[in-house]
Design a protein around this ligand. Structure first.
Ligand code: NAP
Length: 517
């Protein structure tokens, strides 16, 4: 009998009624579970989270919330193997790819637990230093950050079912907000297990975490001014959600993490075979093949000085030829299938679109025949990067990237990168500090994060595709204009900044920050 995933609302597990969606194993196409939210009372789910979960979390100090988040991290760690197995079955992930998601979830929770511990036994965060407002310091101003009184509604993409829940929840919980998670239906098998593990471990107060497995239904029509919507997914869905009348009229805070045409820039100083060169190749191959290229941070545009193009192309082709695509359960496999049938169709169509202005130099634009949604890595070379449009505008969410030859100047590199109109991350691989400074200055404002790859940091590098909890994730423009994580910065989305104006002695007595631990 097929497994039916349940929703976790009002502190109870409830199956959806009516028509359920099928969840598949992308390796075989077989149905592995069904899920739906029919019959779920969305308004009641939000009210329970607000009233029960919110009150419990606000009654806790930052240190106590930190302990709670650490307990959540440990509970997931205890079920790590089971979660990895589900990632293979329902996401087409190799074990290594599955670890990227699951360990990312565990690690991000642990990082926020540590931040909570450091904030200590307080419930209010100060925002900056106090300021004198009157003729004497008696009239004093101090900005404070207070938890909003609503629910953090988290709508996530299919590609990170564990990390997606955890990275958003870590920030919301530490800020003092309950979470209602709505993972993508296609890979909700893992997301459901994450929530079930946390519910069974009883590490969270009632109402701190709710889950919808399936369509959001009329959920967003019940959001109010104190609620927060954090969305990750395609730009089209992001646009649809952020322009909902209810959200606009009630000024519901919305954060969007969307598409991104991330780039990497190889500096003209980098010699073939050098440490920085090898780091560059490794980053490109990792981003093309890890999770079959289904990472929002993956490198889609590879900028290479014309003088180095032939060498880079030859080295990348060699490395791509060694990538074994196949059953992700097989340990010899480096890359599994795409996660869904529609991802496969989109990847095929996307490569064909890019071929209007670029040549395929490795791989095939066609899906692999037979069962499963397999699509091998495809490397293209742009015929005229400055005149091209599709490569700067169309995100092919799969193992696909395009070489863009440039003249080796920082100005041209930055100009090309900016054609992406805002990305999550770009990397600059160079040991020439002047070049790095010029590129960073020229393209920084179009990015949420810049990764500076060099020989000195190469041994420690996680690669640009890895989102770390202590630096921000998000980007302007096409990337959605959102911002998540970044250590304590990530709490701001869930807090209200309130300026207190009054007697200095009273403000400092009531809200003085305790000495950090
Ligand atoms: P998607 O189709 O936009 O779906 C994202 C989420 O939105 C899913 O949970 C989906 O639910 C939900 N959704 C869709 N329509 C909705 C509606 N009318 N009301 C409420 N919720 C709705 O995106 P995806 O295919 O899962 O993910 C791929 C995209 O996400 C790529 O473009 C990628 O770049 C982007 N992404 C961005 C980031 C980032 O951090 N910037 C990270 C990962 C992925 P259902 O599944 O139930 O339809």
């Amino acid at each position: 009998m097929t497994l039916i995933l349940e929703n976790y609302v009002g502190g109870r597990w409830l199956p959806g009624t009516g028509k359920l969606a099928d969840l598949h194993n992308p390796t075989t196409g077989a149905v592995v579970a069904r899920a739906g939210t029919g019959g779920i009372d969305m308004k009641a789910a939000l009210t329970f989270a607000r009233d029960v979960g919110g009150a419990a979390l606000r009654a806790m100090t930052f240190a106590q919330r930190g302990e709670m988040i650490m307990a959540a991290s440990k509970a997931l760690h205890a079920q790590r193997d089971a979660l990895l197995d589900l990632e293979i079955v329902n996401g087409g992930n190799t074990r290594k790819d599955a670890k990227f998601d699951v360990d990312g979830a565990i690690g991000t929770l642990a990082a926020y637990a540590e931040l909570g511990k450091r904030l200590g036994d307080t419930t209010v965060l100060l925002d900056g230093e106090g300021v004198q407002l009157g003729r004497t310091p008696r009239l004093w101003g101090q900005h404070v950050m207070l938890p909003r009184r609503g629910v953090a509604v988290h709508v996530n993409a299919f590609n990170f079912p564990a990390w997606g829940i955890a990275e958003k929840a870590a920030c919301a919980w530490l800020a003092g907000l309950p979470v209602l998670a709505k993972p993508a239906t296609a890979t909700a098998l893992v997301a459901e297990r994450v929530v079930r593990v946390l519910a069974d471990a009883k590490v969270l107060p009632a109402g701190a975490l709710s889950l919808l497995c399936g369509s959001a239904g009329d959920l967003l029509d019940h959001l109010d001014a104190q609620d927060v919507l954090a969305f990750t997914g395609s730009a089209d869905t992001g646009y649809l959600l952020r322009s909902k009348e209810r959200l606009l009229r009630r000024s519901v805070r919305v954060n969007v993490e969307a598409d991104s045409l991330n780039s990497t820039v190889l500096g003209p100083d980098v010699e073939p075979g050098s440490e920085t060169w090898n780091l560059f190749l490794r980053d490109v191959i990792t981003d093309m093949t890890q999770k079959a290229g289904q990472k929002c941070t993956a490198i889609r545009r590879i900028l290479v000085p014309v003088a180095r193009l032939a060498d880079v192309e030859a080295d990348l082709k060699d490395r791509l030829a060694a990538v074994k695509v196949g059953d992700p359960a097989d340990e010899a496999t480096n890359m599994g299938p795409l996660a869904t049938r529609s991802q496969l169709d989109d990847a095929v169509a996307g490569v064909r679109k890019l071929m209007g202005e670029a040549d395929v130099v490795f791989g095939s634009p066609d899906a692999r025949p037979g069962a499963g949604w397999f699509f091998g890595p495809v490397l293209l070379r742009s015929r005229d990067p400055l005149a091209a449009t599709a490569v700067h505008e169309h995100e092919v969410f799969g193992p696909v990237s395009t070489l863009l030859p440039y003249d080796g100047t920082a100005a041209t590199a930055a100009h090309l990168v900016r054609k992406g109109e805002g990305s999550l991350v770009a990397s600059v691989l160079s040991d020439d500090r002047d070049f790095v400074r010029d590129v960073v200055t020229e393209m920084g404002a179009w990015h949420g994060r810049l990764y500076l790859g060099s020989a000195a940091m190469a041994p420690l590098s996680p690669g640009p595709g890895t989102v770390l909890p202590l630096t921000t994730h998000g980007g302007p423009g096409r990337a959605g204009g959102g911002e998540e994580l970044g250590g304590l910065r990530g709490l701001a989305l869930y807090q209200q900044r309130t300026a207190l104006e009054g007697d200095r002695a009273m403000i400092e007595k009531l809200f003085a920050a305790p000495a950090p631990k």
